[in-house]
Write a protein that binds this ligand. Structure first.
Ligand SMILES: *Cc1c(COP(=O)(O)O)cnc(C)c1O
Length: 392
């Protein structure tokens, strides 16, 4: 952050009170543009769960993004932006630009999704039977299990059909009279091992081939009347929280060439579900020192935000958000704690901060936009931070 930006944020935080969570919409637009420029043949479905702030969804919508939703309330958040459209356009938007990417859906939700004939993912036979019963008109994408090695957040133990069972599941779907439009996978979030993508693409390509050999028709008919298959490469696109994270540029080069090599025909429509990539770098948290103590010779700062709130990303997302001071001073190893009465509410035992900060001084944490405010609680009576939008 530049000195000028720091000054603006500090001033604004004083006006709004803390804790305060800034969302810079210009940065979101930049991230979206970068994604589209580097992966020009991949349609970007923003994964709403990374940060479901309605203004973020609106900005994404205005940029022309598509959406990955994973619950009915998330679907309604996206739907709020298309309420005004005439029915036909609204339905086209739902078909072209929304995927419901949670492979497990309650029966009641399926019944509601059926009205929208939305595209949904599945990865097991029980789900197929549920879909047959409650949502026979939705479109289907088979999610396969792929290596998640070297990703910060692992997903493969919970989701995805074994690639060896994929074609059998497709055949089950066909037998039930349901159409399968394509294949999806997720390499794990914050993926720093790009081989995961290569292996996953190879699996998907083999499954398409085997299904073809066995004469199962995968795909949908697009607007021009052409038959196409969906290849959904999921999320996982890494954010450079630290210098050791590999660049998205390098990943995009690899993805473009692998996709071209493995899916040479024009009949594949490639989509992705970036969550973190769009929002992580767009947000900054400002928190206030509300208490200070020296314990075992170490300076301890007590803050008005912590692990039950914006720093919940430390628990659920395995990410660290180093705190910085607006004031200068000799840097020491300090402990930082959240405001609740639980010792678990420890942000860090080794933040690098000046040790002569005072109560009411402000601290900030950058790159804190993904899987953070999304999982805050009201524990101990402390509400989530205020949200302030910049460059709306
Ligand atoms: C969480 C999730 C995403 C987003 O993942 P990122 O790593 O944040 O890009 C995409 N697709 C599915 C199915 C998910 O569960």
């Amino acid at each position: 952050m530049t000195e000028k930006q720091k000054e603006i944020l500090e001033k604004s935080a004083k006006e709004h009170g803390t804790p305060v969570f800034f969302i810079d919409h210009e940065k979101i637009r930049e991230n979206y543009r970068e994604f589209r420029e580097k992966l020009p043949d991949v349609q970007a479905y923003f994964a709403v769960k990374a940060n479901s702030n309605p203004e973020i969804i609106k900005t994404m919508y205005d940029m022309g993004a598509s959406f990955d939703v994973a619950s009915f309330p998330e679907f309604m958040l996206v739907h709020d932006n298309i309420k005004h459209l005439p029915e036909k356009e609204r339905q086209d938007f739902i078909w072209d630009k929304i995927i419901y990417a949670n492979t497990i859906k309650p029966a009641e939700v399926l019944a509601k999704l059926n009205e929208y004939k939305i595209l949904v993912t599945f990865d097991n036979i029980e789900e197929l039977r549920k879909i047959k019963k409650h949502a026979p008109d939705v479109g289907l994408v088979l999610r396969i299990r792929v290596p998640n090695t070297g990703s910060m957040v692992e997903l493969s133990s919970k989701f995805g059909a074994h690639p060896g069972e994929a074609v059998d599941l497709i055949s089950e779907a066909v037998n039930l009279g349901l159409g399968v439009e394509g294949i999806s996978f997720h390499v794990g979030s914050q993926c720093n091992n790009f081989d995961n993508y290569s292996q996953a693409l190879n699996f998907a390509s083999s499954i398409f081939k085997e299904a073809e050999l066995r004469n199962y028709q995968i795909g949908f008919i697009d607007k021009e009347g052409k038959k196409r298959k969906i290849l959904d490469i999921g999320g996982g696109f890494p954010v450079k929280y630290t210098p050791d994270v590999k660049s998205f540029s390098a990943l995009s080069v690899k993805l473009n060439s692998e996709i071209k090599r493995l899916f040479p025909k024009e009949d594949v429509q490639v989509i992705a579900e970036p969550g973190r990539f769009m929002v992580a770098t767009a947000c900054t948290l400002i928190t206030k020192i509300i208490g200070k103590a020296v314990r075992d010779g170490k300076t301890c700062y007590y803050l008005d935000d912590g692990v039950y709130h914006t720093f919940s990303g430390q628990v659920f997302d395995h990410q660290h958000y180093p705190l910085h001071s607006f004031k200068g001073g000799e840097i020491k190893i300090c402990a930082t704690f959240g405001p609740t009465c639980d010792a678990f509410d420890t942000i860090s035992l080794a933040d690098e901060l000046p040790e002569d900060l005072q109560i009411d001084d402000l601290l900030y944490a950058e790159n804190i936009g993904a899987y953070t405010v999304a999982s805050t609680t009201y524990f101990n009576g402390f509400p989530p931070p205020k949200v302030v939008h910049l460059n709306k």
